[in-house]
Design a protein around this ligand. Structure first.
Ligand code: NAD
Length: 494
């Protein structure tokens, strides 16, 4: 095991309280929870722990901000977009500080944190553009009946996000909600609340009226659950595990049948055909699994490789994985930081053991990469078969599982034989073959000769148990407005 020291810069932690009504609050029950640096395992600070009472307070503030005569509701839609643009501008102004804070709390490389923050600003800007452009329709009817639709905001939206992209997940959720004129109660993941709280201060600075965005840190079973079951919250949007997603849907139905959108996990296939340029395919497959320390819902965690190029693919992939620089995420040369927590770290190492026991060959990596923190050397497994746990479960860690296939019909069937259906990738030069895969693969996005090509303009979401509804693009607005049909009878002729 190589050993390195993480040089943690001195980063001031400015906000650790609950943000409601544009003000900072301590938790009603007086409790706080610790937040850790995954690069060292050390505590960074403690954060106020929101519970049911704090969610109640946030709902009061949000309801007030959503009254039909409130400042927010009376704003011109383009002025709403203006506030969002201002928020995006502030994200860009503070990109240096925010990136350091994100890397401190999440462990992703500083370069990736910067990319995430700039993408978050771009996402908010994109949705700001929609604020005055999502219009209803007039409906053809008889001359004496005028029918049209209005798109009205849903109301108070609860948003529950995970730890893998703390600021970006927040931007993806806030963008469409605010563009449509909703008000929000957002709960960041308990592992990574720090950047969300800093963003709260930016939201206030941008000029959003009190109560429009409320940020309540806390855990899932208490704070998150309180959002899900609240009778006066109209919608909940969630990103995270399938297990919790199912609970959320059930609990939301049991309370007030609030609207639910879910972005859940994946076990996404990347299929490498025999005609692929091998070096290109190896590079794409490497990034497709190992990006963000493989803590990625879109991670290509099943790499299917045609038997004719399988051995060469393994050889080159192992060489590339061995070259991947695992280290201090604040160092510009580092490609992979730590996993988010001890719990995830242990879980991933267990999966690596299970792969070995099941008879797959661990070609490289798969071991602890430093004395300190939760670093794992990128693992490549060959000889993986469909029945193995490492080919079935979402590992959320740096484990490449390479499976062999012989025929295209066979690989389509195997790629689809999973409860998940988030994304899929294909590497081939043959257009007909590519189109066949596009048609047959059960996934919300299919990427051909690329992977992870997500754009704010294009919808994203899962088939099957990978989710419900879509985020991003125009489709991403749909969960955030109600359609009201208005029919007006003309009483007399002039
Ligand atoms: P999780 O689903 O447990 O948590 C995600 C969010 O949901 C957090 O904010 C959490 O506090 C909240 N939550 C948890 N239980 C809740 C409940 N009962 N009611 C309401 N909210 C609740 O995910 P995790 O613990 O962060 O990670 C576990 C697994 O989830 C990972 O290993 C991975 O498989 C998956 N995951 C997927 C994504 C994704 O983007 N699709 C992101 C992170 C994690």
């Amino acid at each position: 095991m190589s050993s390195f020291t993480v040089k943690v810069p001195n980063i001031e932690i400015k906000y650790t309280q609950i943000f409601i009504n544009n003000e900072w609050h301590t938790a009603t029950n007086g409790k706080t929870f610790p937040v850790f640096n995954p690069s060292t395992g050390e505590e960074i600070c403690r954060v106020e722990e929101g519970t049911r009472e704090d969610i109640n307070k946030a709902v009061e503030a949000a309801r007030e901000a959503f009254r039909s005569d409130s400042l927010w509701r009376e704003l011109e839609p383009s002025a709403r977009g203006g506030l969002m643009r201002k928020f995006a501008e502030l994200l860009r102004r503070d990109v240096e500080y925010l990136s350091q804070l994100e890397t401190l709390n999440n462990g992703k490389t500083l370069v990736n944190s910067e990319i995430d923050i700039m993408n978050s600003a771009a996402c908010i800007d994109y949705y700001a553009g929609w604020a005055d452009k999502f219009t209803g329709e007039t409906i053809p009817s008889t001359p004496d009946l005028f029918i049209y639709t209005r798109h009205e905001p849903v109301g108070v939206c609860g948003q529950i996000i995970p730890w893998n992209y703390p600021v970006l997940m927040m931007a993806l959720k806030l963008g469409p909600a605010l563009a449509c004129g909703n008000v929000v109660i957002l709960k960041p993941a308990e592992e990574t609340p720090l950047t969300a709280l800093y963003c709260a201060a930016l939201i206030k600075e941008a000029g959003f009226p009190p109560g429009v965005v409320n940020i309540v840190p806390g855990d899932g079973p208490n704070c998150g659950h309180a959002i899900v079951i609240h009778e006066r919250i109209d919608k909940v949007a969630f990103t995270g595990s399938v297990e919790v997603g199912k609970k959320i849907q059930e609990n939301a139905a049991k309370s007030n049948l609030k609207r639910v959108t879910l972005e859940l996990g994946g076990k996404s296939p990347l299929i490498i055909c025999e005609d692929a340029d091998l070096d290109f395919a190896v590079f794409v497959a490497h990034e497709a699994i190992f990006h963000n320390a493989a803590q990625n819902c879109i991670a290509a965690s099943r790499t299917f490789v045609h038997s004719k190029i399988y051995d060469q693919f393994i050889e080159k992939s192992v060489a590339l994985a061995k070259m991947r620089v695992v280290g201090d995420p604040f160092d510009d040369n580092t490609q992979q930081g730590p996993q988010i927590s001890k719990q995830q770290f242990d879980r991933i190492l267990k999966y690596i053991e299970s792969g070995k026991k099941a008879g797959a060959k661990l070609e490289c990596g798969g071991t602890k990469a430093n004395d300190q923190g939760y670093f794992i050397q990128p693992a490549v497994f060959s000889g993986v078969t469909d029945d193995m746990e490492i080919a079935r479960d979402e590992i959320f860690g740096p484990v490449m599982s390479v499976l062999k296939f012989d025929s295209y019909d066979e690989v389509i069937e195997r790629a689809n034989a999973t409860p998940f259906g988030l994304v899929a990738g294909v590497i081939t030069k043959d257009l007909t073959r590519a189109l066949k895969f596009v048609q047959e693969l059960q996934a919300g996005s299919v990427w051909v000769n690329t992977y992870g090509a997500m754009k704010f303009q294009a919808p994203f979401g899962g088939f099957k148990q990978s989710g419900q509804g879509r985020e991003l693009g125009k489709y991403g607005l749909e969960p955030y407005y109600e359609v009201k049909t208005v029919a007006m009878k003309l009483l007399s002729k002039m």
